[in-house]
Design a protein around this ligand. Structure first.
Ligand SMILES: *[C@@H]1O[C@H](CO)[C@@H](O)[C@H](O)[C@H]1NC(C)=O
Ligand SMILES: *[C@@H]1O[C@H](CO)[C@@H](O)[C@H](O)[C@H]1NC(C)=O
Ligand SMILES: *[C@@H]1O[C@H](CO)[C@@H](O)[C@H](O)[C@H]1NC(C)=O
Ligand SMILES: *[C@@H]1O[C@H](CO)[C@@H](O)[C@H](O)[C@H]1NC(C)=O
Ligand SMILES: *[C@@H]1O[C@H](CO)[C@@H](O)[C@H](O)[C@H]1NC(C)=O
Ligand SMILES: *[C@@H]1O[C@H](CO)[C@@H](O)[C@H](O)[C@H]1NC(C)=O
Ligand SMILES: *[C@@H]1O[C@H](CO)[C@@H](O)[C@H](O)[C@H]1NC(C)=O
Ligand SMILES: *[C@@H]1O[C@H](CO)[C@@H](O)[C@H](O)[C@H]1NC(C)=O
Ligand SMILES: *[C@@H]1O[C@H](CO)[C@@H](O)[C@H](O)[C@H]1NC(C)=O
Ligand SMILES: *[C@@H]1O[C@H](CO)[C@@H](O)[C@H](O)[C@H]1NC(C)=O
Length: 423
């Protein structure tokens, strides 16, 4: 992720640099030394110099011991490191800033970035890990870390990026995340977290990406989740969430991706979702949604994927469905209770690659424009009441149809010079 890549810290120098002090001391004492030339002064100066050198090194030492101890503590909890990443590189003989996966800030020489992603490590995170208080970015994704996250991690107040995805962490989703007031990215996807989404999450106003997909999180989605004004990605798919989709989401105007699939959400799709003009990906498959699809959704011009497969949505599709969706690539509406004719505007969805309308109550003819969509790859129309003959321009498109499509004959041709044939 580019924006969180390593960069130099430009914070203020918040403690007195020992080397600078030393220089000041020398320049102050040298003229006096030249004049007096006494053995006593020489002795005093040596003492002073010695003192400053010792204080200086002690300061550096303390600064790097805290982080070193915290990381050694982590290392001691790692029971499997098959590629010997840490074995070899995490050694006290080397400065912690040169350890594999570690990047320090240039001024304080404290650990600011720790990236141990996809290293096949197995272990737990120890409590001492909370001492890495200068850390800004922590990426442990794609390992086999397990157990609970220690409460002490609440001290990592500078964290902006936290990726713990694709591990085996368990326990309740910690409410102390609410203390991390600078957090922009929180990815806990593909773990075994339980409990509900803590209400403290509404306090992380800096949050841009919240990914909790594929855990065992239950309860309702926070009613006030839409107050996270900076949210761009909300992925809560593959959990055990119940209740309604919060109407407050219409206030999260920067939202680009909303993924709530594979839960047990009920009720209507809030009308206000149509106000989210930056939305690019809207997927609420495999839930228990009812009511009709708000037509406002078909006016979000940046949307590429609309997916409501396997719910209990009813009602008609607007005839002009494709007139406000110039870059739509996937329309997934299978396994609902939708009815009425196929929208006539489909030819205006010129980027469409997948059109999935099967297992609904649609009827009437299939418009031949569909067959001319040059980017169409997959067309699911089965288990409806469509009738008539339907011409498909490109046999590279897969047509999926089922027994209830009996009244429909599909003809294909590979290019305009050949004759129509059955396919
Ligand atoms: C961590 O390293 C991996 C592999 O080099 C990289 O893909 C990933 O973006 C890094 N994570 C962060 C937060 O920089
Ligand atoms: C971490 O900090 C706590 C509290 O300040 C301290 O008791 C502990 O010894 C520290 N651990 C390490 C490894 O430095
Ligand atoms: C730690 O201490 C050593 C020896 O004083 C020094 O060389 C190094 O730069 C210090 N800082 C870090 C973060 O390792
Ligand atoms: C993430 O979890 C889902 C659901 O358990 C699973 O289908 C998927 O394969 C997992 N992904 C990885 C990379 O393990
Ligand atoms: C949000 O933060 C404020 C101030 O830090 C605190 O008083 C409040 O309890 C927090 N709310 C939640 C839900 O954690
Ligand atoms: C959206 O935000 C405004 C201002 O904070 C608030 O008054 C309104 O109730 C919010 N709307 C929803 C649906 O939560
Ligand atoms: C879609 O947008 C157009 C132009 O902004 C507007 O006239 C129309 O009423 C909108 N339709 C819906 C269903 O929101
Ligand atoms: C396609 O869109 C254009 C421009 O919005 C419109 O004039 C035309 O009627 C639409 N075609 C269909 C078949 O709806
Ligand atoms: C048929 O599909 C191929 C890609 O599989 C594409 O290059 C070609 O333009 C399509 N032809 C028509 C007539 O749609
Ligand atoms: C289309 O027809 C032309 C002329 O018959 C032929 O040369 C070409 O290979 C055909 N293209 C495909 C994709 O079948």
């Amino acid at each position: 992720m580019k924006r969180y890549s390593k960069r130099k810290s430009n914070r203020c120098l918040c403690y007195l640099n020992p080397k600078l002090t030393l220089l000041l001391v020398i320049s102050l004492f040298l003229p006096i030394y030249a004049i007096m030339e006494s053995a006593f002064t020489s002795f005093l100066l040596t003492l002073l110099l010695l003192h400053y050198v010792m204080v200086g090194s002690a300061m550096t030492q303390t600064k790097n011991t805290t982080d070193q101890l915290a990381l050694l503590s982590l290392k001691s909890q790692i029971i499997s490191d098959p590629s010997h990443f840490l074995d070899e590189s995490w050694s006290v003989a080397v400065s912690v800033c040169h350890w594999e996966g570690v990047t320090c800030g240039s001024r304080h020489q404290r650990v600011r970035f720790l990236n141990l992603s996809n290293m096949d490590l197995t272990g737990i995170i120890p409590r001492d890990f909370g001492n890495l208080t200068f850390i800004v970015s922590l990426d442990l994704g794609g390992n086999s870390f397990r157990g609970n996250l220690p409460q002490e991690m609440a001290h990592l107040r500078r964290l902006k990026f936290l990726d713990l995805s694709f591990n085996s962490f368990s326990g309740k989703v910690p409410s102390w995340f609410g203390f991390l007031h600078q957090l922009q990215v929180l990815n806990l996807g593909n773990n075994s977290f339980t409990g509900s989404i803590p209400s403290s999450f509404s306090n992380i106003s800096t949050l841009e990406i919240l990914n909790l997909k594929f855990n065992s999180i239950d309860g309702q989605i926070l009613k006030v989740i839409g107050s996270l004004m900076n949210l761009r990605v909300l992925n809560l798919g593959g959990n055990k969430l119940i209740g309604f989709i919060p109407t407050s989401l219409s206030n999260a105007s920067r939202l680009e991706k909303l993924e709530l699939s594979y839960n047990s959400l009920q009720g209507n799709i809030p009308e206000g979702i149509g106000n989210l003009h930056n939305m690019n990906w809207l997927s609420i498959q495999y839930n228990q949604l009812t009511g009709s699809i708000p037509f406002t959704i078909f006016n979000i011009s940046r949307i590429e994927v609309i997916s409501f497969t396997s719910n209990s949505l009813s009602g008609y599709l607007p005839n002009g469905l494709c007139n406000g969706l110039p870059i739509l690539k996937g329309l997934y509406l299978s396994k609902n209770k939708l009815r009425g004719p196929m929208p006539t505007s489909l030819s205006n969805c010129s980027q469409l690659q997948v059109l999935s309308l099967s297992h609904n109550e649609f009827d009437g003819p299939i418009h031949s424009e569909v067959g001319r969509l040059s980017n169409l790859r997959k067309l699911y129309l089965g288990a409806n009441h469509f009738t008539g003959t339907f011409h498909l321009m490109n046999t590279t498109t897969f047509v999926y149809y089922y027994f209830r499509i009996l009244f429909l004959r599909i003809k294909c041709r590979e290019n305009s010079t050949r004759n129509w044939k059955s396919c």
